[in-house]
Structures are given as C-alpha cells and as structure tokens.
Design a protein around this ligand. Structure first.
Ligand SMILES: [Zn+2]
Length: 460
C-alpha cells in the first residue's frame, strides 16, 4: 500500500508519505459561485473526490481532513449579480445551492470543511497585516499589494521566468505597482459594492489571499496536498504559495501540489463567447450523474480531456454492462462482503490511474459472466461492487439502474419528441426527421411504436 502522486512542484511522481498519517490535510480550490458549474469544474471535483476516497480508505476516514472552499467574493460575482439584477448574497446563495445539488448528483462526497471567503475576512486582514509587517506587502493608491520582489522563490511552482510570467498571463498593469508582477491583497470597495472595514479603509480581498487565509485557518501553516485545475497554477497557486511562505517565515506550505488537466468540449475551449459551455445541469438532463462521473474518470486526470457526447454515450453503455454483471442473476447486498480487488486499488495508488482501474473493473465484470459456479460469481460480484466504490461508482441498486435505463426521463427530450409528433401530424416530415437526427447525434435514439407512442433509448 503505497500511494504515488505527481507533484507539480517537483515535476515528478513521488511517494506520498503524509506528515502525520492520522492528520492528513488536503485543500482543493472550490468554485467561484457566480454561475452554474460546468463540466470543467466538475472534473476537478470528481478527480479529487477519488483522491479523497483513496486517502480515507488507506489512512482511515477520520484521519483525513478535506477542505474545499467557496469563493463568494469576486469581481465576476459582482458583475453577474449586476447583470441578473440580484443581490450578491442572493446570487452566491443560489449558486452555492446549485453547486451542491450538481456535485451530489455526480456522487461526490462533501468535503469535511467548506469555508466561505466571506466568513474569513478577519483572518485575511490579519494575514495581510503580517505580510506588511514582514515587508512582503505595501500600500499604494488605497490598494495593498504583494511585492513579488520580496519572495525569493517566486515562479518556483509555475517554473516560469519573470518575463514569461508577465508576458503570458495577462498580469494587470497599474501605475501604482512597484513591480508589474505585484498583485492585489486588498482593494478599496465603494459603498454600493460588498466591502468590509479594514486598517486600509472599506474594501474587499483579492482572490489569492482568500485561499491562503482559509487553508491556514482549517489546515494550519503546513499540510499535505493542495489541489486544483492546471489553469490555477499561475497566477493563483503561485501567488498563494508566495503569500503563505512569507506569512509563515518560509516554513513549508503544501507538500504536494496536484493539478488536473484542461477540459475542452468537442475539440474547442469552452467559452461564453463560443456558447459551448456545458453545464453539469444540462448534462444531467441527458444522462445519469454516474455516467458523467465515469466519463470524467475515463481519462487520466493529468491528461487533457475532450468532453464529447460520444464519451458520455459510451460511459452509459459501460455502466449498463457493469450493472448487468452485478445483477446477474441477482446481486445480494449485505453480508461480510469481499474487499476491493488489489489490482484496482493498485491502479489508483499509482497517481490515480483511473482509466486502468476502470479497465480492471471491466475484466472483473467479464469474469462474472464467465463464472460457472454460483458461489464464485457471487464473490466476484461483491469484489466488483467494493472495487467500484473506491471510484465512487455502483452506488445504485442494479435492478433500479437497469429499469431506469429502459425508461429514462428528460423534460427537454420529451419536449422534442412532442414537437416531432406535431411535425409528423402536420406532414412536415423533413422537420420531424431533423429532430430525430439531432437527438441521434447526441446519443438519444427514438423508437416509434405501432400504437403511435414514441420512446427513446440512449443505446443502439
Ligand atoms: Zn484557491
């Protein structure tokens, strides 16, 4: 039992030996709650949910403390609230609730602590004061800025030269900065925007200091793993690291930095302007959360993942096969049960190799079909179920999954079916065919029955 993880700081796979195996700390940068979670947000949550499950399994659930914050103070939130005519508090409360619902539907466990930035303002102010006292921060034009020149190892995590950092990363140039790479710790906030009293007047924190203060509050100065998407390495994580090292007089911050790869959709970067953002909620209308989860885990977490409808369709098929194996003839839950298969656990211990773990689950399912003897089949089924649980899979009753796979529900698809029926009644057959083809392209196949009813499946 030895977990190996790729550490972005050292750029190599390292043996994960916790500081204290009874007090393992992991901090994951959580959502900025201004909009619905998209599939890229979900990738980070699902990947680190598997890591959390593996750590709990290995070291005991009560020995792992998983902190994932809610960023509820951010300029994007202020802009979105203004755009939609809601108060910032209304918007963040609503989006936080949606985020919880969506992640629950993906079978992601809740973190042990979910700190909100807005509830940690005193800790942020105190940390900024410490930074100023140590000469790492200065006041300029009402802003408190972090002086990157005071951080000797700045650039260590992203491994970029100062010139590259400034050129590549849309660093905000402002006349009051001593160095163009300096970043905001605290900025003034007018009366109509969210703000808090501080030694520098009414203002609000910058994004990076939020995470440094929240990780310190809930995990202490030093902890085991800091994780997030690869797009956070610079500037967010580089800046967090610089702040925390300075505030803690250079004592180690996170020992492991773990990052999941980029996600694109059908070959393109997801963006509002392209209109190709896939929200988790939209996907949940088309497919069960467990299939979305499996599709996300089918690619190694460090590799880029191109999200396609085809991948989701395949994940549903694979789950159908798993659940049929578990249902064959009837999987009896309970009893002492079998432990998870060693080879599945080993795949996860090797830098969370989920594609290999899934392939090994498929071999187990194949063995169930081959099993000649009832007792052996039952054992294999229990082993498959226990192994799937390591990845957060197979939480449903197999019979229930298979029944719902026969008659899935989706308001949007039902609506399209109704439109197609209307088109056929009105003899607009080209329109009707177009709807059928559109649905087929996203993996939804219609079947017309002699009595006039139309049903749909997600498999051929
Ligand atoms: Zn963060």
């Amino acid at each position: 039992m030895a977990i190996k993880l790729y550490n972005s700081l050292s750029r190599r796979k390292e043996l994960f030996a916790p500081r204290d195996p009874e007090r393992i700390g992991i901090y994951v940068c959580g959502p900025t709650v201004y909009d619905r979670a998209h599939i890229g947000n979900a990738r980070s949550v699902v990947v680190f949910d598997v890591l959390y499950r593996l750590l709990r399994e290995t070291f005991g659930p009560s020995h792992v403390r998983y902190v994932r914050n809610i960023t509820d103070i951010d300029d994007k939130i202020i802009a979105a609230a203004r755009e939609t005519g809601q108060s910032v508090a209304q918007l963040t409360r609503r989006m936080t609730r949606f985020f919880h619902e969506d992640m629950k539907a993906l079978d992601a466990l809740s973190p042990d602590v979910e700190p909100r930035a807005s509830e940690h303002i005193p800790q942020m102010i105190a940390m900024i004061e410490r930074l100023a006292a140590k000469g790492c921060a200065y006041l300029a034009d009402g802003h408190v800025l972090f002086a990157v020149g005071a951080a000797p190892k700045y650039g260590e995590l992203s491994r970029k030269s100062r010139a590259e950092l400034l050129a590549g990363a849309r660093v905000e140039v402002a006349p009051y900065k001593r160095d163009p790479g300096d970043f905001v710790l605290w900025k003034p906030s007018p009366a109509e925007l969210p703000g808090w009293e501080s030694p520098w007047g009414r203002g609000r924190p910058g994004w990076h200091i939020e995470c440094s203060a929240m990780s310190e509050a809930h995990l202490g100065e030093s902890f085991d793993i800091h994780a997030g998407g690869v797009d956070l390495i610079f500037p967010h994580h580089e800046n967090e690291l610089a702040q925390s090292l300075c505030a803690h007089d250079g004592r180690p911050f996170a020992r492991f930095w773990v990052h999941n790869g980029f996600l694109t959709a059908e070959g393109a970067k997801m963006s509002k302007s392209l209109g190709n953002i896939r929200t988790v909620r939209e996907l949940l209308e088309k497919a069960p959360g467990e299939a979305i989860r499996l599709a996300l885990l089918s690619t190694h977490y460090r590799d880029p993942l191109d999200w396609t409808d085809e991948k989701l369709r395949q994940a549903i098929e694979i789950l159908d096969r798993f659940y049929r194996a578990l249902d064959e003839p009837r999987f009896a839950r309970g009893g002492p049960g079998e432990a998870a298969a060693e080879e599945v656990r080993e795949a996860l211990e090797d830098d969370l190799n989920t594609p290999l773990a899934i392939a090994r689950l498929q071999s187990l399912a194949a063995a169930i079909y081959r099993a000649k003897e009832e007792g052996e089949r039952r054992k294999l089924q229990e082993r498959l179920a226990a192994s799937g649980r390591l990845l957060g899979l197979f939480g449903k009753d197999p019979g229930e999954w298979l029944r719902s796979a026969e008659a899935p529900q989706s308001p949007r698809i039902e609506e399209l079916i109704a439109l197609r029926a209307a088109a056929r009644r009105e003899k607009r057959f080209a329109d009707a065919d177009k709807i059928r083809a559109e649905l087929a392209a996203e993996g939804v196949f219609l079947e017309d029955h002699p009595d006039g009813a139309t049903t749909w499946r997600t498999r051929h």
